[in-house]
Design a protein around this ligand. Structure first.
Ligand SMILES: [Zn+2]
Length: 177
């Protein structure tokens, strides 16, 4: 089965604000399942629907999953929002949509997230450190924000230029070389 492609910066669709999910349909369940497949395949610890080209407020997260054979604890979160946040933490972040780049980002160290499960039940999750960072990073995607929007303009410009060069090279070289 083919996996969905992950959109990469500077794809404009990554800047869109996603719409709330009003009804959990079979399509939404299928999308969530596809997103989990992509996340575990990459591998990543989180993925937001706009990263696979669907502008709806849905994220999947598994911050406990570290190795291929480790037990999986997927969280599928519909219409997630941060309702409380406190503290500050600096974490070195990366993103499946921002190839070959990591940077330190400052965020809240503790958050309370509210969402709905795929079964439509209300969830409230208190998170700290990595999980808190991941929740904020993924919800940012739903608002069209990438982690490189939260670093200094200088660092962002350096990355943007490097990425443009990389894309030009990919265009010039035949694929697979
Ligand atoms: Zn990301």
């Amino acid at each position: 089965m083919a996996l969905r492609d992950v959109l990469k910066f500077p794809d404009k669709r990554l800047q869109e604000v996603s719409t709330p999910i009003e009804k959990i349909t079979d399509e939404i369940r299928e999308l969530a399942s596809d997103m989990l497949d992509v996340m575990y395949d990459e591998p990543g610890i989180g993925l937001a629907a706009p990263q696979v080209g669907e502008a709806v407020r849905l994220i999947v997260v598994d911050t406990e999953w570290v190795e291929e054979d480790a037990e999986r604890h997927p969280l599928v979160l519909v219409n997630p929002e941060i309702v409380e946040s406190s503290g500050r933490i600096v974490w070195t972040e990366g993103c499946l949509s921002v190839p070959d780049f990591e940077a330190d980002v400052e965020r809240a160290s503790n958050v309370v997230l509210r969402a709905s499960s795929l079964e439509g039940e209300g969830l409230e999750i208190a998170a700290s450190e990595l999980q808190a960072v991941c929740f904020q990073h993924e919800i940012d995607h739903l608002d069209g924000i990438l982690f490189i929007d939260r670093i200094s303009r200088l660092k962002r410009n350096l990355y943007t230029q490097r990425r443009k060069k990389q894309l030009r090279r990919e265009l010039e070289e035949p694929s697979g070389s």
